[in-house]
Design a protein around this ligand. Structure first.
Ligand code: FES
Ligand code: FES
Length: 162
């Protein structure tokens, strides 16, 4: 089976087993290793990317479902050399430890708050429910998200999927 889709703004092709998970193509064929493969069962959120602008766990997305779709990874979220406000906020707050969870968190949160900043702490927590961090306390991450997506900082929150 072959599939044509868009990857980080460029035309892309895949030929092979239609049930191949997107995360394996991203990492193994496209060398986009910012997308992490941790549980591979839809529990941790480390593999989260955008498909047509929506956050999806790429370990659960078979290539067969991607024909004509638009895939964005952490590498394509903002132009090369730029930092998404969430990335800048996480770095400023020094909340990243091993870093395995953070690309997925950025992808989940950037999709959830593309059009407006979070209205509350609980809204941030709800947007992160699919993303597990085994290192850093969640409260500090929520603080960083609220700081990074505050109205004065959030003009670039949506990245390339805006
Ligand atoms: S690797 Fe996909 S949810 Fe954990
Ligand atoms: S920083 Fe290690 S899993 Fe989140």
């Amino acid at each position: 089976m072959s599939v044509r889709f868009e990857l980080n703004g460029e035309p892309c092709g895949f030929a092979g087993d239609p049930l191949t998970p997107l995360v394996d193509v991203l990492r193994g064929e496209r060398f986009l290793t910012g997308t992490k493969a941790v549980c591979r069962e839809g529990f941790c959120g480390a593999c989260t990317v955008h498909v047509d602008g929506e956050a999806r766990m790429s370990c659960l997305v078979p290539m067969a479902g991607l024909a004509g779709r638009r895939v964005t990874t952490i590498e394509g979220l903002v132009p090369p050399g730029a930092a998404h406000p969430l990335q800048a906020a996480f770095e400023a707050a020094d909340v990243v430890q091993c870093g395995m969870c953070f690309p997925g968190m950025v992808m989940s949160l950037s999709a959830a708050f593309r059009d407006r900043p979070p209205a509350s702490r609980d809204e941030v927590k709800a947007a992160m429910t699919g993303n597990i961090c085994r290192c850093t306390g969640y409260e500090r991450i929520v603080d960083a998200v609220l700081a990074g997506l505050a109205p004065t900082n959030a003009s670039g929150a949506g990245g390339s999927d805006v």
